[in-house]
Design a binder for this molecule. Sequence first.
Ligand code: BGC
Length: 749
Amino acid sequence: MIKISRKAIYILMLSGCMAAGNRTFAQQDNTNKKVEALLARMTLDEKIGQLNQYNGDWEATGPVTKDVGNKIEEIKQGRVGAVLNIMGTTHTRTFQEAAMQSRLKIPLLFGQDVIHGYHISFPIPLAEASSWDMGAIERAERIAATEASASGINWTFAPMVDIARDPRWGRVMEGAGEDPYLGSLIAAARVKGFQGTGLGSTDAVMACAKHFAAYGAAIGGRDYNSVDMSPRTLWEIYLPPFKAALDAGVSTFMNSFNDLNGTPATGNSYLQRDILKGKWGFKGFVVSDWGSIGEMINHGYAKDNYQAAQEAIKAGSDMDMESRSYINNLAKLVADKKVPVSLIDDAVRRILTKKFELGLFDDPYRFINPEREKTSLNRPENVDDARDMARKSIVLLKNENQLLPLSRSLKTIALIGPLAKAEKELKGFWSLDVDKGQGIVSLMEGMQNQAGQTKFLYAKGCSITDTSRDGFADAIAAAKKADVVVMAMGEAPDMTGEAKSKSNIHLPGIQEELIKEIKATGKPVVVLLMAGRPMIFNWTADHVPAILYTWWLGSQGGNAMADVLYGDYNPSGKLPITFPRSEGQIPIYYNHYNTGRPARNDNDLFYTSAYIDLPNSPQYAFGYGLSYTTFDYKSMEIGKFNPSAKSDKIIPVSFMIQNTGKYAGEEVVQLYLSDMVSQPLRPIKELKDFRKILLQPGQIKRIAFNIKPDELSFYNDKLERIIQPGTFEVMIGSASNDIRLQKTFELTE
Ligand code: BGC
């Protein structure tokens, strides 16, 4: 066994710290001077105005404050620093012109939830995460930013980087799944995509890492609920994607609706002051979530808006989204000596700095250019990228007897199910209606585009939630006449997203009964499942020969599904989140601790930590996903530790992989690590690296990884980052539950 010295690794860890940000010192110094000069000219009311954000007249995601007043008038008075839900150059110009009539002419920020595409709808974020393709994800956000910034938007409330281990929570669709490592890479890719070469270029929008923090761990998976979490879990699992977003230069953070261990995140100094602005040195600003400052009254944390404003500003919430607690109370709080002006100045400085960096003081209309808006939206090359992202997001769950890909010479295909002709549903939740539903390709259309002479027989069969079986007979008749049946089943798009938690995440309605009846015809059946979360569909998983999980794929969804069904694209997606067999297993995730009585296999029912009525294992594990081809893993080696190497080259691990099937295909090879004896405990395995590799049939490649110092370290009970000597196991596999190669090394003192 290879032995490695812990001391040498520590030295390299310390030298491995990196600097972030792409602004030079001189640029920053110059901006700081401008900010200070402006701040010196501002009245207290004007300062407070900068901390105030209003919703426009678009759709709202929270209760809109009744007393809306005259927003344009308030903007002219300098009482508003930012708005949200105002899109398009005409609309944003009206608001910016009002800001230009204020005494100091401080431009407005235009914020928008650009979550998965702006005009061109991309797959939902959880779907994109299934691609494990950082380049493609960054590109998707680049396109979204190019479109949004041409439409007056200069700030997106994305990426959502909340870790989610509970598929009942409707907002799982908006993040990157359950894993802190994958989640961190995706967080960084998304920030880079949105911010491009940096604030200041006209196609860069400010990104916003949200929701700080631990929002995804809502008890019972119920949105907005409390979070009760150990400090180690917070630091090991929930914070890393936020830190990754920060290291990638994210401009803003949004706090969250939940309380964390009894303190609402919005009023939480530990999160916002100690960690974010203190230990991590974040220089951007924090916006509250919608109304979350005022909601501290409902939490029972503040007795009124006056106290809520005081708690929030003290805790480091810089901008108030829609609760009006700041605009209505901060001046009095200062007069009453409850809040020092220095706290307000700090928040204003942060906001003004971003406005300067965006170039808004040079030209407040630089994102408001109707010509650019016309030429930037819906560009054909970007539509192609959306299609490519969509096919990369599809996960092949099952393919018995190589039923897929389908042959183009099939005479008849029966296309059955409530989503077979779905168009705007394919966009899923959190999509903007900018495209007004135009240009969305349904599965039916996508298949017909590509099928050649095949005849399609369509039957809806049933609806998503209704229990009527009236359509079954037609569907069965169509199936009987076909060579192959393709079924498009799933949730409704508004069953996931904000405030869309569910206690029952089974495939809704009587859809699984329809699948049973169609299967009983004896015809080969392919089921496509569309949803924003992992669903439960055990009968289908056990009996249907071919299953594709397609999530919500956006406007190019139909073309992408057809590409995969016909084999023009060999599926390569891997699940970024565990699929349970039953809601009773939730929360369920791969990187758990061992117990004192671990279940070794699914039949271990007694004296082990197990259920007596179902296996511990999930239906589909984190990292799982098939290809039309097969891969053979062999010849793993752990190289000699090289202390003189740079910090990113510590423990070399390599192995060979060969494409043993007949199709070219991509495999996501995954490296997991386990610290076998540890105090305190560490998870049974943790993803530490992966690579997505394209191999031609028969092609063989040696893949090399380097285990880095930080990957051996972890937080102890005092939240110190430590490395303990002992045995580590390195596992290489195709999924978290499909480890093909493993070896150990010893870390000595
Ligand atoms: C959501 C945020 C979103 C905001 C603005 C809130 O309800 O939690 O994620 O950015 O609304 O739409």
